[in-house]
Every structure is written in structure tokens, then in C-alpha cells.
Design a binder for this molecule. Structure first.
Ligand SMILES: NC(=O)c1ccc[n+]([C@@H]2O[C@H](COP(=O)([O-])OP(=O)(O)OC[C@H]3O[C@@H](n4cnc5c(N)ncnc54)[C@H](OP(=O)(O)O)[C@@H]3O)[C@@H](O)[C@H]2O)c1
Length: 343
């Protein structure tokens, strides 16, 4: 059945997109993947080199700043997975947009319209982020007691440890996810709000989210500040393995009928200090510096069983995710020169 099922993946050469496409092709799905620049030999080459790509993969050029371009890739598909997200505002491309949020929201609008017009699309799956579901209170005075799919990040409060690009990302992902559900549509719409993703990757350099998860052993202060930003935004650090991210998306394709928002993380209740604790305990050779360990001592409860309630099963727990991410970093030599290796 997969052979006759066409799936469009926007942002196909991204960290998440490339791993998902590898799995879809393995399963025999026909994939329409979009990239901004087909002439980029690294990004196109990565996808064209995947097993079964020669027969099952078609590449299309599409940019969110000119979102009508996605229509061609969506035409004839049964499922659309929207992963592409503008990370840096490019005023030269879209003078009508003032920032990435406006571009991303316009992109969603156009993609939903293309899905509706296609006559073939059954379901749109939007790859959202937990950063849109912060339990911060609207007035900025701490956290609600519970965080789940009912939370929307308040966009008027300042975020601790934030830099312009992280604030822009939170705004863009929150406004985009809200936009997905404002359109009345005949197709089903699912939002998979992923935690921080680690594990393994096909792309180079190492994706930012993997760098954040191992920022303490690699002593990368910039990535550690990003990890702390996420923790201060969400109260804890929800995370999951790239394999589970992709399986969750495929689960949403293969489910007979599904719609709405689903938080997606196999581990919700861990703090950055506990992540450091894991590395300290399991790798005594890694000498963690004290500036990389801050205990937030927060009692907030994060989590959702909505996705597992409809039948999805996570295969990777927190320990496996951290270990796989560390192994990958070790393989590519991402460690501080003072790091002496593992036992
Ligand atoms: N990584 C995580 O931990 C994580 C967690 C939660 C949610 N997510 C979501 O998952 C999706 C993929 O994330 P990722 O980490 O895999 O991303 P990534 O590797 O940083 O790649 C970003 C993707 O967005 C595309 N893109 C950027 N600007 C664009 C534009 N103007 N028009 C069209 N495409 C554009 C890039 O396309 P080109 O390749 O053509 O440059 C690339 O495919 C995003 O929606 C992200 O918000 C990621």
C-alpha cells in the first residue's frame, strides 16, 4: 500500500526531515521532498543518496517566503508533513514580512490552501515544538502547576536566558501552530509538538538540539545557555530520540483517523542538572565544570499521554537518548580538548 501512498515532506534536508525521509523510503512510500535550493549539492545529495531514492523520491524547490511554491510538491500527495521553518529572517526575499513569524504564518496559510485544493491530501501533519506550550503564567509570575497540550506560551513576557533568535523561534512556532488550527478544512490536521531531539543524525554539522543535550560534557557554553533557556521557558527539559520523532510522524500517517495537538517527548520531567548527573554518574572520565550545572529545583509537572493513549509507543528512554547523542558527538570529535575519552 505504501508504494501508492505519496507523502510530501517540507524542509526535507533538515535534521528531522532527512531522517524521516530515510524511514519513509525504507517503508516504500513515495516522497515529495522540498528544499530551498535544489542546486545545493550537499543537501540534494544527502537525500538522493538514500536507499530507494532513485525510484521513490522526487525533489522540489520551495521557499516559505514564496509559499505558493509548495503547491507543486503537495499536488497528488495523500499526506503532507510540514517541517520547514524559517530560522533567520531574510528581508531581501519578502519585504511583505517583518520577521520569521509573519513568513512562517503566511507559509502555513498557503500550505493549508494547497492541501485543500489538491483533492488528494487526507491529512496535514505539522511538526510543532514544545516551545509553543510553555506553562509560564501570562503575567510572568512563575509557572502553572501542570503543562500539557492545553498550554500556549505567553508571548508578552520576557524569557530568561533568551537571545533574539530564540525569542523569534518561540514566537514563530507558537503563532504558526495556532495558525494551523484557525482554518476550517476538510482534511485532518495534526500537530506533533516535539521536545528537544537527540540521538543520531544524517546532517552535518551536528544539529543545535543535539548540541544542547550534550552541552555539559562538551563544555559548549552557547549550547548550554540554550538548554537553560529551554528549561526556564518550560520548567523542565522535555526530550526524545530522532527515531521516536520519525516513528511518531509515521504513526500519524498510518492512523486511520487522527487530528489535534499531541505533545511528543519520551522524557518530560528531567532538569538540566539531572542531565549533568546522568553524565557524571555514567562517565566518571567527564569532568563537568560547575558553571555547567545549575539546579532549578522546580516542582512543575510536565507531560502528556495523549499520543500513547491513541497507541503510539516510545522506544527510547532518557538514558538511551543521552547516550546515543554522546556517542555521536564522540564519533565526530565534538569534545573539548581536555576531554580524555570514556572508560
Ligand atoms: N530539532 C529539534 O529539536 C526540534 C524540536 C521540536 C520541533 N522541531 C521542528 O522540526 C522541524 C525541523 O527542525 P530541524 O531541527 O530538523 O531543522 P534544521 O535542521 O535546522 O533545518 C531547518 C529546515 O527549515 C528549512 N527552512 C529554513 N528557512 C526556510 C525557508 N525560508 N523556506 C523553506 N524552508 C526553510 C531548511 O531548508 P533548507 O534545507 O532548504 O535550507 C531546513 O530544511 C522544524 O519545524 C522545527 O521547528 C525541531
Amino acid at each position: 500500500m505504501e508504494k501508492h501512498t505519496k507523502v510530501c515532506v517540507t524542509g526535507g534536508s533538515s535534521f528531522l526531515g532527512s531522517w524521516l525521509i530515510k524511514k519513509l523510503l525504507q517503508k516504500g512510500y513515495t516522497v515529495h521532498a522540498t528544499l530551498r535550493n535544489l542546486a545545493d549539492p550537499v543537501k540534494s545529495g544527502l537525500l538522493k543518496g538514500l536507499p530507494n531514492a532513485d525510484t521513490l523520491l522526487r525533489l522540489f524547490e520551495a521557499d516559505i517566503y514564496n509559499a505558493d511554491e509548495f503547491g507543486r510538491a503537495i499536488q497528488g500527495c495523500h499526506y503532507v508533513i510540514h517541517m520547514a521553518t524559517p530560522l533567520q529572517h531574510d528581508p531581501s526575499k519578502g519585504t511583505q514580512f517583518k520577521d520569521t513569524s509573519e513568513a512562517a504564518v503566511a507559509g502555513i496559510k498557503s500550505i493549508v490552501q494547497s492541501c485543500n485544493r489538491s483533492g488528494t491530501v487526507k491529512r496535514l501533519i505539522y511538526t510543532a515544538s514544545v516551545v509553543a506550550a510553555s506553562p509560564l503564567k501570562e503575567d510572568g509570575t512563575g509557572f502553572k502547576d501542570l503543562a500539557d497540550e492545553s498550554c500556549w506560551t505567553p508571548l508578552k513576557v520576557p524569557f530568561k536566558y533568551s537571545i533574539d533568535s530564540s525569542t523569534a523561534y518561540v514566537h514563530s512556532k507558537t503563532l504558526s501552530e495556532k495558525e494551523v488550527f484557525t482554518h476550517s478544512s476538510e482534511i485532518e490536521i495534526v500537530s506533533i509538538a516535539c521536545g528537544l531531539v537527540g540521538g543520531d543524525t544524517l546532517v552535518s554539522p551536528m544539529p543545535q538540539s543535539m548540541g544542547m543535550l550534550i552541552s555539559q560534557p562538551t563544555k559548549n557554553m552557547m549550547s548550554y545557555q540554550m538548554l537553560r533557556f529551554l528549561e526556564e521557558l518550560l520548567g523542565k527539559v522535555p526530550f526524545l530520540h530522532i527515531e521516536d520523532v520519525c516513528e511518531a510522524h509515521i504513526f500519524c500517517i498510518e492512523h486511520p483517523s487522527i487530528n489535534g495537538i499531541f505533545l511528543c517527548a519520551s522524557s518530560y520531567l528531567i532538569t538540566s542538572a539531572e542531565i549533568a548527573g546522568h553524565f557524571q554518574e555514567n562517565h566518571p572520565d567527564i569532568n563537568l565544570r560547575k558553571e555547567f550545572v545549575e539546579n532549578s529545583r522546580r516542582t512543575i509537572t510536565w507531560g502528556s499521554t495523549k499520543l500513547t493513549d491513541v497507541g503510539f509507543e516510545y522506544k527510547f528512554n532518557a538514558k538511551m537518548i543521552l547516550e546515543d547523542t554522546l556517542k555521536y558527538a564522540q564519533k565526530i570529535g565534538e569534545f573539548d580538548p581536555s576531554f580524555k575519552g570514556f572508560n
